[in-house]
Write a protein that binds this ligand. Sequence first.
Ligand SMILES: O=c1ccn([C@@H]2O[C@H](COP(=O)(O)O)[C@@H](O)[C@H]2O)c(=O)[nH]1
Length: 307
Amino acid sequence: MAGFADRVIAASESKDSVLVVGLDPNVDYLPNVLAPTQESGRAVAEAISQFNRLVIDAVADHAVAVKPQLAYYEVYGSDGICALEDTIRYARSKGLLVVQDAKRGDIGPTASAYAQAYLHPSSPLCGDALTVNPLLGADGVNPFVEAAMQHATGIFVLVKTSNPSAGQWQDLIAADGGTLSQRIAAYIADIARNHRGEHGYSAIGAVVGSTYPQDALALRSIMPHSILLVPGLGAQGGRADDLTGYFDAQGQGALVSSSRGITYRYCAVTPEWKHATIDQVFASIREAALTSQRALNNARHQSQRIR
Ligand SMILES: O=c1ccn([C@@H]2O[C@H](COP(=O)(O)O)[C@@H](O)[C@H]2O)c(=O)[nH]1
């Protein structure tokens, strides 16, 4: 199998898209027709699986990947994990890559167990890539790097997250005079340099939030061989027009994710959304994905013009 980065570039070229749709299911935002009929964990998990399948069908032509956020599945215990496993299988059957947003990281042996759970193809929770928290240092990251290399999966290490207080630690000045984010970026770049695929990118990627475009150019140039996973588009205020600095001169090198802005768009635009039909929900999700795909492609073309 091709390495993770080459699969990303191939999918992006064939679909002309860099969009990732986040799957952060929240049953409070499901219209009556899709809402669980009972309060049991199993009923809720079934409603989540059904909704995710609808989202996947609606976005499959416009997105490269889906990104389940694990917290929203863990909250329902084993029923939620079953829904997640069903979602992973279904997304892959529709030709979408799966980025598991779990932000794992721990001491070495525990990190190895997490890597086995999310990056080893024998695990039902294995996707194509996993988000990784680097706070524990190299011990906590290396097991994920090794698993990604061994199994043609990938990781996205948190470098500059999209949340308002991201800078509290990530902007601290490190001993070399750069920020902590830049220091982590340099560490990732050293690993990525030695593991490049056919298109020059590595399976060792980085998370850089869309809400900090002022940091993107510097981080992009520190990590020329890492695909950036760029969350925060839409609901958190990230704007496609501001994302030119995240892409390379070919308009590649970044995947941009939006969750609520696509999956619950119908709640924002339809006052009577609780009574929406399945067809209306499907059409709204598809339209939101298409709109994001086009806006992101404009940013990619803009980035090609200015470099
Ligand atoms: O820096 C980060 C890393 C991850 N996330 C996750 O992405 C989605 C964002 O959801 P939206 O509805 O598009 O705001 C969510 O699962 C976060 O946990 C992030 O936002 N920022």
